[in-house]
Design a protein around this ligand. Sequence first.
Ligand SMILES: [Zn+2]
Ligand SMILES: [Zn+2]
Length: 385
Amino acid sequence: MAPTHVLRCCQRVLAWIPVIFIALVVCWSYYAYVVELCLFTITSTGEKIIYLVVFHLSFIMFVWSYWKTIFTSPANPSKEASCFCLPKSEKEQYEKEQRPETQQEILKKVATSLPLYTRTGAGAIRYCDRCQVIKPDRCHHCSACDMCVLKMDHHCPWVNNCVGFSNYKFFILFLTYSLVYCLFIAASVLQYFIKFWTSVSVCTKLCRRKSAENCPQTDLQNTAKFHVLFLFFVAAMFCISILSLFTYHLWLVGKNRSTIEAFRAPVFRNGPDKTGFSLGFRKNISQVFGDQKKYWLLPVFTSQGDGLSFPTRLVTVDLEQPIECFLPNDLSNGAQEESPEQTSPPRESQSRLLCDDYHSGEDHKELEDLNPDQESIKISIESES
Ligand SMILES: [Zn+2]
Ligand SMILES: [Zn+2]
């Protein structure tokens, strides 16, 4: 077996350690809560039943969403759509060619039939040499998964999977239910934590003064106490760490931005624009969670679109000029296509969703325009209905 292959196998096995750690903590928390707290500690039957019902509800939702985040394969452009792979003749031509400019010409020719609005920082078509595929908008290559992932957000070691188009909703729900799970445990354990904490302090003082045999507490009580005390600490610690990640991702969903895009704005043909995919708060939520609210809290796939193309804000409003709807600068001014850095990106205040004049009531409207090469490009524009 080749050493690189062995190394890769070891890496794959080691990558499961954080997931196993989380699974062990969750199993222990289940035992500590159900057995040590509810069965051995709580005496009131009513309280026991309420705690066990709520606990199991949050536990099931948490495990379900965690499972879906881990085991949903990242969506890959070469699997999802073969049109992003170069046709055989172009691929051979591309591989033979040494000059980057000619390679770009080949890519551009293929890309004319694809729904691509983003470019590299230098204005080139985004191509992954490793996967040999033209990268769709918002797609990035993950070195850990060794593949291109549609609408890649980040590679998460805690789920040992890439978070992207296929499982972003599951990831948000995983954060939501883990927060609910930890908050519920911390809140319901708090009174017993205070009670036990004070009694442990008293007991420790007593045991120091008397011999261990004279200690008033049995081993069983002590075990339960330490499980409950530890349960509160662990739940509170996870609550604090998950809360910041959860609020950050809610903010990203509201802005329709991935973590990668939050750090590096996507480059459109008229320049970088971090708000380029934002369609307004409600539509941004629907992009991830879908239109039907009844499915929002369930870890079932309801995200909109196919992950290969996304509606964009293709409007620039010049505050000095009458409002006009905007087709990308390069379509009206071909010379700028090659040098996007010459065009300044629209200021946030200048970027607007398409003006109402262009909305004729259909969900989608297709405009046709000619690019400098007289090739037809269709631009699908999401209506604001
Ligand atoms: Zn790739
Ligand atoms: Zn990955």
